[in-house]
Structures are given as structure tokens and as C-alpha cells.
Design a protein around this ligand. Sequence first.
Ligand code: PAF
Length: 304
Amino acid sequence: MKVIDRIADLRVALDAPRAKGATVGLVPTMGAFHEGHRSLMRMARANHDVVVVTLFVNPLQFNVGADLDRYPRDLAADAAVARAEGVDFLFAPSVGEMYPQAVVTTVHVDALSAGLCGTARPGHFDGVATVVTKLFSIAGACTAYFGRKDAQQLAVVRRMAADLNLPVTVVGCPLVREADGLAMSSRNVHLSEEERRCATVLFRALREAATAVTTAGERDAGRLRELVVTTIGAAPTVRLDYAEIVDAHTITPVEALAGDVLIAVAAFVGETRLIDNVTLSIEPESHEARADLGVVAESFHIGS
Ligand code: PAF
């Protein structure tokens, strides 16, 4: 695996094999790799001739300076993980390489960026859309893999790639959970033992809501939301930021469940803000419901 920190060098490294017909799989990340990232790398490795992982802690998407400062960074450890997953290129540019001048050009994806984390973190999705557009432009024609834990991010990036005719196919991959249901996140390292235990309430609340939909036939978004709010509200050290039920593609609130719907939550566990979600798909004909809560990490052979 080659570590590259210059944009021009990555372009050359990818253009040469692509000119000979090779396909490129791209995994954009901010590092601090866990099993969720590894699952994206494996998906890219299984489907492409060349795999590039980008590792860039993007200052533009942090609206709280302290959050940016405490974001975990360990290039050597991340490079070892990427190498073990058979990645060909790890692109780890500096802030100066990505933003050599004051940023005056940004990408804004209207509507989809407004609710959920967009309300709680103003400007966050402009930062994401801007850096992902840059990464897509640098990488060129490819297939890009994103985790479904960041479901709103996935919807924003998908729409952005379509609206701007970027030569990139965006693929959403399963949310990966710890054995007790906690969604894998680079932020989990900030949780104390007690907070780590309490944090599983997000998964339990979502699973409870999913069961109400799939087995009890609940279709009323208001009642489902109430269920989630009550369960999370009862957990110590957890402060709910939002619990919303939205269309999975447009991220607009729904009243009655139909099609692909997302129950999305964000909560502070101590000082750490965590997000989680479940996707529910209601069949238009039969009205049968399926719930996608993701996969448990064991199935990915942690540590190998
Ligand atoms: O999901 C992330 O790690 C980041 O938001 C991304 C997509 C790499 C953009 O910085």
C-alpha cells in the first residue's frame, strides 16, 4: 500500500490503471478506523481493481472547534489497518493541500441538509458536500462507499453526485454494530465505562420502534417517535438531541409510514454526541414492513 499526500500524485496513481480499464473503489474517511470502516474497505476490495481510502479530518464540517481538536488521529495505526485490508492507496493530505487558500467556494445541498443533524450542526453538511465534491473530483470516475450510520450524509452525497453529474456511483453499506448493539463510531472512544453502558439505549429504542412497526403493524410516526423519546429519556447520562421519522431519500418528515423511512436519533451521552438510525421499508402492495438495523461486527471477523 502506498501512502500519498499530494493531490497531483493521487491523480496520476489512479489515472494510469483506469486508462487500462481498471475500476476504482473509493472509501472517504476521517480516519480512526473501526470495523465499520473496515467493512467499507472490504466491500471496495471485493468489487474493484484499485482501492483508495482517503483520510482527511475536514475542518470545514466541524462547527464546534473543540470537536475538531479532540477528533482521534493516528495515521500509523490507520495505515496498518488499511494495509491489512488490502487497500492500494491511502490518501492522507494536509489541510494546506486540500485548502491552500481561504475557502470561498462551497457546495450546498438544499432541503436534504436542513433537518436532523443539519439543524443541530449548522453548516456541517456544506462542509461534507464541499470536501466530498473535492475528493470525487480528485479521484475521478469511481464507485464510492459510505456507511448507512450516517444516513443523512449518504442521502446528501447521493443527491449531490446526481445533481452535479459527478462520474461517481455512490453505494450505501450496512451500519456496523458492537455485539451489544452500539453503532460503531470513532467517537465511542470518548465514552466512559458508565456512558458506554448507557449508550446502548439508542439501539434498544430503535429496535423497539422497529419491532412495533414490523410485528405490531404500527404506522403512525408520532406514536413511534413518542416510543423512542420515552425509552431514551429514561436512560441516565443520555440527553436526546433529536428523534425524527423522515423519508429515507428526501429526509423530510413523514406522518404515516410508507416506502423507505428512517427513524434517526442523535443524543449526547455525557459530552459525546452519538447518532444512530434504523431504515424501515414498507412494501407498497402488501404493506409488509422490513427493518434494517445493520450488522453485528463479529460477522466481519474483527482483528483479522
Ligand atoms: O463520514 C465521514 O467520515 C466524513 O463525513 C467524510 C464523508 C469522509 C467527509 O469528510
